[in-house]
Design a protein around this ligand. Structure first.
Ligand code: BGC
Length: 687
């Protein structure tokens, strides 16, 4: 008998049930006399929100949010963030950190997109693996959420995501599957929404058949907060912990066990998993407080990640990086003093030490005269006359400067959990502000702070440079100053497409759904897969981002191994300064029985290279990453044929290409033909 079995044996059925229900908003039940301790669960993905009273939390490092992490494409950096978060959690005795969130960005309108890395499952999955390794390496459980298909906030407590099986596995479950396979998160959180009619908190197919039976998940499944309406149905479906404590849940579960409606084994299993989680997290030992040195290091890490995430979208004029000889700069926008560093909702962190932009810029360019105008006020309380006055002040400041830097983007509350954005434009009168500053003729750099794609108006073509700044965490201002002044390379790459028009977005017609259902009719074609298949122009493609140096790719070689493909390519820094490139590998599958995207991202690597140096990169791509989900077989399949492998700097900047013959995979699978399928379907539909 294991220690966990012994502990379970010592508990009455009432106590076992109580363990599955939680004891407060953030804690579980304890039986110290039986060696069962309380577990503490805290948000969140980009910083610790350890509450001491409702909506009051201990100051902690606010890292850039997930979409910024997504734009780094850097596993090592993200793992370091995970470690720092794990350390901050451990210092406060937090056992479970409620992140990472890995839902797919189906529409840029989703209010919670800032909490998700990308529109691509491979990029999302790889970065989540790194994050979880970092957190769990510190003895703190990560919590993979929201399982699954939580792709909009509108009607999130009732909407049913209607998704066909191939799309579900290939797009919405794929990152989850990857993470379960490679990182073993200790916990998973279900979502609020329904999936094909059933609440995910009660979805046995999802929580037990797919998650545990197919993928082999051995950890604990916790509900999203207040997501459980029927405790008996949830525990029966495979949920282990109902959070927070729910009135009447214990009684309902006890009655169900007593009258046979719920097998006691389901309760025992859930309680056993909670005890196992306590056991796992105990390994980290007693909490030691964070030192000032650690806090400073975490702030520096937030700054480093922030600058690695900023995407230089265009710099046609070459105005960036700002030269040290720049004599005068007009900085416009309230974000220069108080940047928007994160989105709203449960992920909100009380930042330990926010670093403003203006101070950092003045420090980096001490001899430049830096003037400031607030631009349009962020409180939304300005009248039309006020706005005209504010814009006139900004114009006066910009007109006499050598270069203008305008900071715009989502205002506090614009992007948040609980609701979606109403549109993809810059909020309020910011567009007029940008137009007016550009019209002064002063070269204008525009930095857009937002958790997801924002439409860049026609001002884009008249600007000198544009950057996507994300929600950059507590060091957002310093990170931006670093990139603008070129103290580091510009190295962020888009983890999501920036469309030209809202109407081009794949879910345009089916979002937010109707009569309680959102039909994911675009299938596997979300993000760049959609824009490519539809041959739509976009403002900036997935994977795009400029550097302050230039990179070339050479000598692409692709060979097959028993497990998949080996891709080798050289990346050469052909510019005059060191820099970091993100090498991207895409694959075009041959025609098969299902319609495949034009290309899928199948590999990537962030590579730092000195000026004039070339480095050889090796990437192993398992067959599964080239495969589609075969619904009939209930698994992944590669059709035999020639696969085109392309290497480039974005999904639309592909520089090298080669074809490789791929055998049918898995080897044991029967070879499908149209005729075979046709015969099978006819046979099935006759019965
Ligand atoms: C969110 C979760 C979060 C939980 C606890 C819910 O509203 O959806 O992501 O972890 O609250 O704060």
């Amino acid at each position: 008998m294991t220690d966990i079995d012994t502990a379970l044996e010592s508990l009455t059925i009432e106590e076992r049930i109580a363990l599955t229900v939680g004891s407060g908003r953030w804690t579980t039940v304890a039986y110290p006399e039986r060696g069962v301790r309380e577990l503490w669960l805290s948000d969140g993905p980009h910083g610790l929100r350890r509450e001491t009273a409702p909506d009051v939390s201990v100051p902690s490092t606010c890292f850039p949010t997930a979409s910024a992490l997504g734009a780094t494409w850097d596993r090592e950096l993200v793992q370091r963030v995970g470690r720092a978060l794990g350390r901050e959690a451990a210092a406060l005795n937090v056992d479970v950190l409620l992140g990472p969130g890995i839902n797919m960005k189906r529409t840029p309108l989703c209010g919670r997109n800032f909490e998700y890395p990308s529109e691509d499952p491979l990029l999302t999955g790889e970065l989540a693996i790194a994050y979880i390794r970092g957190v769990q390496g510190m003895g703190v459980a990560a919590c993979l959420k929201h399982f699954a298909a939580n792709n909009q906030e509108q009607w999130r407590h009732s909407i049913s995501a209607q998704i066909d099986q191939r799309t579900l596995h290939e797009t919405y479950l794929r990152a989850f599957e990857r993470v379960i396979e490679h990182a073993e998160p200790w916990t998973v959180m279900c979502a609020y929404n329904r999936l094909n009619g059933t609440y995910t908190a009660e979805h046995r197919g999802l929580l037990t058949e797919i998650l545990r039976d197919q993928w082999g998940f051995s950890g604990l499944v916790v509900s999203d907060w207040d997501a459980v309406t029927d405790p008996v149905a949830s525990i029966a479906a495979g949920l282990d912990l109902i959070m927070p404590v729910k009135d009447g849940a214990t009684e309902a579960l006890l009655a169900a066990v007593s009258n046979g409606a719920l097998a006691q084994e389901a309760v025992d299993q859930a309680a056993r998993r909670l005890l196992a989680l306590a056991d796992r997290t105990t390994s980290r030992g007693p909490a030691t407080p964070l030192t000032d040195e650690e806090l400073r290091a975490h702030h520096e890490l937030a700054r480093e990640v922030g600058r690695a995430s900023i995407v230089l979208l265009h710099n046609d004029s070459g105005v960036l990086p700002l030269s040290p000889q720049t004599t005068s700069i007009a900085v416009i926008g309230s974000f220069a003093q108080v940047p928007v560093i994160q989105g709203g909702g449960s992920a909100n962190v009380n930042p330990a030490s926010p670093g403003p932009f203006l101070g950092a810029l003045r420090q980096a360019l001490p001899s430049a005269e830096i003037s400031f105008a607030v631009g349009v006020r962020p409180d939304g309380e300005s009248t039309e006359t006020d706005v005209a006055q504010e814009i006139a002040e900004a114009v006066a400041v910009a007109a006499t400067a050598q270069v203008a830097v305008v900071l715009v983007g989502s205002l506090p509350g614009h992007e948040s959990e609980g609701y979606d954005r109403a549109h993809l434009e810059l909020p309020g009168a910011q567009r007029n502000l940008v137009d007016a500053v550009i019209a002064t003729g002063t070269p204008t750099v525009v930095a857009v702070a937002a958790g997801s794609a924002v439409l860049l108006g026609d001002w884009h073509d008249r600007s000198a440079a544009v950057l996507h700044w994300w929600f950059g965490g507590e060091a957002a201002g310093e990170s931006l100053a670093d990139v603008l002044t070129g103290s580091c390379d510009a190295r962020g790459r888009l983890g999501e497409t920036i469309p030209l028009r809202a109407q081009d977005v794949p879910a345009y017609l089916s979002y937010p759904g109707e009569l309680g259902e959102a039909r994911y009719g675009e299938g596997v074609f979300i993000g760049y897969r959609w824009y490519d298949a539809m041959e739509l122009e976009v403002r900036y493609p997935f994977g795009h981002g400029l550097s302050y140096t230039t990179f070339e790719y050479e000598d692409l070689e692709v060979t097959t191994t028993a497990e998949g493909l080996r891709v080798e390519v050289s990346v050469q820094n052909t510019g005059a300064r060191s820099g970091t490139d993100v090498l991207q590998v895409y694959c075009t599958a041959p025609p098969s029985l299902v319609r495949r995207p034009i290309r899928d991202l199948v590999g990537f690597e962030a590579v730092s290279v000195e000026a004039g140096v070339a480095t050889r990169i090796f990437l192993d791509i398992p067959w599964k990453d080239l495969a589609y989900y075969d619904v009939a077989a209930g698994g992944w399949r590669c059709a035999e044929g020639d696969y085109r492998i392309e290497v480039g700097a974005s999904s639309r900047d592909l520089r090298l290409s080669t074809a490789v013959a791929v055998p049918s995979w898995p080897v044991s699978a029967s070879v499908l033909t149209d005729e075979g399928i046709d015969t099978e379907i006819r046979a099935r539909t006759r019965n």
